[in-house]
Design a protein around this ligand. Structure first.
Ligand SMILES: NC(=O)c1ccc[n+]([C@@H]2O[C@H](COP(=O)([O-])OP(=O)(O)OC[C@H]3O[C@@H](n4cnc5c(N)ncnc54)[C@H](OP(=O)(O)O)[C@@H]3O)[C@@H](O)[C@H]2O)c1
Length: 252
């Protein structure tokens, strides 16, 4: 592989929030970012913004719950690039709205799992052949401190009183996918790691569009730091099977 080898990075849910900031950060580092978006207009607007900043960006229409769009995404990437260097499974939703576990409907929990867990697995499995064409390659899964057993069972931690069993368990499940897949791919030159962005001032984080930040929330650019760091580790870096945030390792 020569020094001019282009790193091609797909980020799901990259039309806004942490995904967009991750695309921006990695694009500025010279990676060609594939902006995953389930909406063509929002995705194209994100690509136009990145392109205006001098970033190499391409729209990939991709709904992680729709296997047809996943297949089309694989075909498009294969045709245009022939390989994928980094996959960042960033798309995620939370619908629990502080409901207690004895009342939260499984209809809600299933919707969360469809995006956060099953969608992430479908995208990863579909992209693996393209990642195997550009080893050493990387898979980064967006998890959450809310999915950490270590933090949420510690009475001294602020997350002890959080109640969002759908979202929390879906992110704990993401971590299990990271652990098991990292072992499976260890000898194939593909690393797999989970990251926690931290509480971030996105709509997801609870901040309505254009509203002031809630105290304690970090800026969106800060929420993207760990994804950017893990996705820009040197190609030969072998870190795998970890769960980390920008400040260091996370308890599972
Ligand atoms: N913000 C926080 O405080 C925080 C904390 C811990 C972990 N996280 C995690 O960080 C990741 C990014 O969150 P964020 O705060 O940036 O959220 P966000 O601003 O709501 O962005 C989420 C992105 O995911 C996309 N998405 C949702 N469902 C999708 C689907 N079915 N297919 C494809 N894309 C889909 C959204 O697309 P649309 O624009 O079409 O809705 C959007 O682009 C998530 O995995 C989240 O769980 C966030």
């Amino acid at each position: 592989m020569t020094d001019t080898h282009e790193i091609v990075t797909l980020i799901t849910g990259a039309d806004k929030g942490i995904g967009f900031a991750t695309a921006e950060g990695l694009g500025k580092l010279g990676q060609h970012v594939l902006v995953g978006s389930r909406n063509t207009e929002r995705g194209q607007a994100a690509v136009d913004k990145l392109t205006a900043e001098g970033i190499k960006a391409t729209l990939i229409v991709l709904d992680v719950t729709d296997k047809d769009t996943i297949k089309q995404a694989v075909d498009t990437i294969n045709k245009q690039f022939g390989y994928l260097s980094v996959l960042i499974n960033n798309a995620g939703i939370a619908l629990d709205r502080h409901q207690v576990p004895s009342k939260l409907s499984t209809d809600v929990i299933r919707k969360e799992y469809d995006v956060n867990f099953f969608g992430m697995i479908d995208v990863t499995q579909a992209m693996l052949p393209l990642l195997k064409k550009d080893t050493p390659a990387k898979i980064i899964n967006l998890s959450s401190n809310m999915g950490s057993f270590g933090l949420t069972t510690d009475p001294n931690n602020r997350l002890y009183n959080v109640s969002a069993v759908g979202y929390q368990s879906s992110k704990a499940a993401v971590n299990f996918f990271t652990v098991d897949l990292s072992k499976e791919l260890a000898d194939e030159g593909i690393t797999v790691n989970s990251v926690n962005p931290g509480w971030t001032a996105t709509e997801f984080g609870g901040r309505p569009k254009d509203a002031p930040k809630i105290p304690g929330m970090q800026d969106i650019a800060d929420g993207a730091r760990q994804s950017i760091k893990m996705a820009s580790l040197p190609r030969e870096d072998k870190t795998t099977g970890t769960f980390s945030e920008f400040e260091g390792q996370m308890p599972w």
